[in-house]
Write a protein that binds this ligand. Structure first.
Ligand SMILES: *Cc1c(COP(=O)(O)O)cnc(C)c1O
Length: 229
């Protein structure tokens, strides 16, 4: 499929899901997940007006970001972030979706402060308690936010929550998980303020239920780029 058709189709899916739930498509940010895709494929989507791209491996990401320097792109880190790789966050990323410990947040804060930048963070929640997944337990979320707010880390902004839907889950399980994350975000907003406004959930296979349950960011790879190497 050519990139124009692929992105039109995904934008259409987003618009229809938003409409079904009485939302505006403008309230849903499409993050194109370009992991294991060549730079040329990213350039094709930039030419279609796509601005947000996500990567999950730091070295691969840094190489691509360097290559595409100067292009109107905002980069999102969406993979499991090892603490020895946090030094690459400043200078490269506007968003990290996968923060799951205070230690990681502190190291990211140090990295972006050194770079003289700031970064938006999402806390990754393992909402379906899947043992195969990273992310904090639901019950650990408020204590983690309390800790981070107390420390007043500079140059990081806690913006919301992220989760990864379960593979092979049925529609009901998928929706229950997404609705659960949304309820958690609302509790966070209540306790910690309006900066908690973002919900990163939904991928190629499950972006519709995610948007219907309140996603503000969907992370879409294969539906945009085709199969990954
Ligand atoms: C790969 C990946 C995606 C995109 O998955 P697709 O099925 O290709 O849309 C989204 N989120 C995360 C965390 C990923 O690792």
């Amino acid at each position: 499929m050519n990139p124009d058709d692929a992105i039109s189709r995904v934008r259409q899916r987003i618009a229809e899901a938003a409409q079904r739930s009485g939302r505006s498509a403008d309230d849903v940010r499409l993050v194109a997940i370009s992991k294991r895709q060549p730079v040329a494929a990213i350039e094709s989507l930039i030419a279609c007006g796509q601005r947000d791209f996500g990567e999950n491996q730091m070295q691969e990401a840094v190489d691509k970001i360097g290559y595409l320097h100067g292009q109107p792109v905002e980069w999102h880190f969406i993979g499991h972030l090892q603490s020895n790789k946090t030094r690459y966050v400043g200078n490269n990323f506007s968003w990290v979706h996968t923060v799951d410990s205070a230690k990681l947040a502190r190291r990211i804060a140090a990295s972006v402060e050194e770079a003289g930048e700031s970064v938006n963070l999402l806390l990754q929640v393992n909402i379906s308690s899947d043992p195969a997944k990273h992310g904090i337990k639901q019950s650990d979320l408020f204590p983690l936010v309390d800790t981070l707010l107390e420390e007043q880390l500079k140059n990081i902004k806690l913006r919301g929550l992220m989760t990864i839907g379960q593979r092979n889950a049925n529609e009901t399980e998928t929706r229950t998980a997404f609705a659960g994350l949304r309820a958690l975000l609302e509790q966070c907003r209540h306790r910690f303020g309006n900066s908690f406004s973002e919900l990163s959930m939904g991928m190629s296979e499950d972006l519709e239920p995610a948007i219907e349950e309140g996603a503000t960011m969907v992370r879409v790879g294969e539906a945009l780029f085709g199969h990954r190497a």
